[in-house]
Design a protein. Structure first.
Length: 416
C-alpha cells in the first residue's frame, strides 16, 4: 500500500500540545465557574447547551405506551434485533453504501451516541495489532481530536490511557483538520481519530474527497476512525452530508459511524443512539458494552424504530433550523465574522472585537441574561500554545423561531 501521507508537507510534530487543562473537562463546568456570582441583567435564556427544543414527534407517547411491558425486562446489550434492523435500513436509505450493513454483526444500539463515542477509545486501545504495538515501542498511544471537539472524545482518550492530541488546523484558515500537517511519528502511535461532520460547533461538512483521503491515511497507519455524525440530518445547503461509511469500502474496515435520535428527531432525553461499521471492532465492542455500558430499555428502542422509519418530522425540524439561520443571515450579516454554516445548529462568532470569548460570555450574561459558551472551552491549545477558539463564542439556536429572534436581538445589544 502506498503511504498517503506526503512527508514533505508534514509540519505537526508528535510532541504533546500545550494545554490549560485536561481534554475531558466539561465546558459547562468551566462556564459555571466563569459566571459564578454574576447576576444576569435580564430573565435568563440559555443558548449554551446543544439541546434541541423542537417539538418531539407526535407518535412518541403512543409507541411508548404500547410497549410499557418492556420495562419489565432487562434489555439485551446489543439491542433488539428489530432496532438494529431499523438502523441498518435507515443507513441504506440515507446513504449510498458500498453494500448493505449486516444488522447482526455491524450495528449496535447505544445509550445515546456520547457513551458509544466514549467507550470506543477504550476498545481501539484494546484491539491494537501486534504490528501497531510494535510501532508504539513503549510510547504513549495517542487519540487524535478535531479542534474544536466534543468533550466525550477527550474523556474516552483519557480513560483509555492515551494522550489526546488536537489535529492541526490549516495554516491558511478553515476548520477541517489539516491532514497534510500530520507526521508519521504521531500517526504510528495513534490508535484512533475522531471527526464530526457536520462539526460541532462550527458546522463544517467534510467533503467526500476529504473523507476518502482520511480513510486511506488511517488504514495505512492502522488508526480507527470514529465518525460522529449526530448532526447528519441538519444540513443547511441543498445536499445531505456524505457519511463516512459511504467511502469505507465494502468491508468497512477501521471505520465506525455514530449517530443518535437526539438531534435528528429532537429527542435528547430518549438517550438512544446507534453505531455501525467494522464488523471485527463491533463484535468486540458489543461484548465489552455488554458488561460495561448502560443498556437501552426496549420501549425506548421501539420509539427509535418508529422515529427512524419517519422522515416527515426530520424535514420539518430541518426547515425550522433553516428559518432560524435565515434570521441570523439578516441580523448578523457583516458582524462578528458571521457565516452561515454548512450544517448543525450553532453560531460560531468571532468576538475578538469585544475582548474574546470569555469577555463576550460575561457581558451577555450581565447585560442580557444570555448564557453562551466561550469558544476556548471547546478547543485545546495547538503546538504553538494558541487556542484557536479563544476569540470565539458558541451560541446554540435550539429555541423556537420567535425566541431565537428575540435572543439574537439581545445578543446584538449585549455585544454592542
Amino acid at each position: 500500500m502506498t503511504d498517503p501521507l506526503r512527508s514533505g508537507d508534514a509540519r505537526h510534530s508528535s510532541a504533546p500540545a500545550l494545554d490549560a487543562g485536561p481534554a475531558a473537562r466539561s465546558p459547562f463546568i468551566r462556564l459555571n465557574e466563569l459566571l459564578a456570582g454574576l447576576t444576569p441583567g435580564k430573565a435568563p435564556l440559555s443558548l449554551a447547551v446543544g439541546e434541541p427544543r423542537h417539538a418531539m414527534p407526535d407518535f412518541v407517547g403512543t409507541v411508548l405506551a404500547a410497549h410499557l411491558d418492556g420495562f419489565g425486562r432487562y434489555p439485551a446489550g446489543k439491542g433488539l434485533p428489530e432496532f438494529r434492523r431499523a438502523s441498518a435500513d435507515w443507513f441504506a436509505r440515507r446513504y449510498s453504501l458500498p453494500r448493505p450493513l449486516d444488522a447482526e454483526r455491524e450495528v449496535l444500539v447505544l445509550n445515546g451516541s456520547r457513551e458509544g463515542l466514549f467507550f470506543a477509545a477504550l476498545m481501539a486501545r484494546r484491539l491494537l495489532s501486534p504490528h501497531k504495538q510494535g510501532q508504539l515501542n513503549g510510547a504513549t498511544p495517542a487519540v487524535l481530536l478535531p479542534n474544536p471537539f466534543y468533550a466525550a472524545y477527550g474523556a474516552g482518550a483519557e480513560a483509555a490511557g492515551c494522550e489526546s492530541v488536537p489535529l492541526p488546523l490549516p495554516p491558511g484558515g478553515g476548520w477541517l483538520p489539516d491532514l497534510d500537517s500530520l507526521d508519521r511519528a504521531l500517526l504510528e502511535r495513534a490508535v484512533a481519530v475522531y471527526l464530526a461532520s457536520p462539526a460541532n460547533p462550527q458546522g463544517t461538512i467534510a467533503p467526500r474527497a476529504y473523507l476518502e483521503r482520511l480513510v486511506a491515511l488511517c488504514r495505512f497507519h492502522e488508526v480507527m476512525i470514529f465518525a460522529d455524525e449526530c448532526y447528519s440530518e441538519i444540513w443547511l445547503g441543498d445536499a445531505p452530508p456524505t457519511g463516512i461509511l459511504e467511502v469505507a469500502g465494502p468491508d468497512y474496515a477501521g471505520v465506525v459511524a455514530f449517530n443518535s435520535l437526539s438531534k435528528r428527531s429532537s429527542l435528547p432525553g430518549l438517550r438512544l443512539g446507534f453505531c455501525a461499521g467494522d464488523g471485527r471492532f463491533m463484535e468486540a465492542f458489543g461484548e465489552f458494552r455488554n458488561v460495561a455500558a448502560p443498556q437501552v430499555p426496549e420501549p425506548l428502542q421501539m420509539v427509535g424504530i418508529a422515529a427512524l422509519a419517519d422522515e416527515a418530522h426530520v424535514v420539518a425540524s430541518r426547515d425550522l433550523y433553516r428559518a432560524k439561520f435565515d434570521l441570523a443571515d439578516r441580523l448578523l450579516a457583516g458582524r462578528f465574522g458571521y457565516q452561515r454554516p454548512d450544517g448543525g445548529f450553532f453560531l460560531w462568532l468571532d468576538v475578538a472585537s469585544v475582548g474574546g470569548g470569555e469577555e463576550a460570555c460575561r457581558r451577555l450574561w450581565l447585560r442580557e441574561g444570555l448564557r453562551t459558551v466561550p469558544g476556548a472551552y471547546l478547543c485545546r491549545a495547538e503546538a504553538d500554545g494558541r487556542n484557536p477558539g479563544e476569540t470565539y463564542l458558541r451560541i446554540a439556536l435550539v429555541q423556537d423561531l420567535a425566541t431565537t429572534e428575540a435572543a439574537l436581538q439581545r445578543l446584538l445589544v449585549g455585544l454592542g
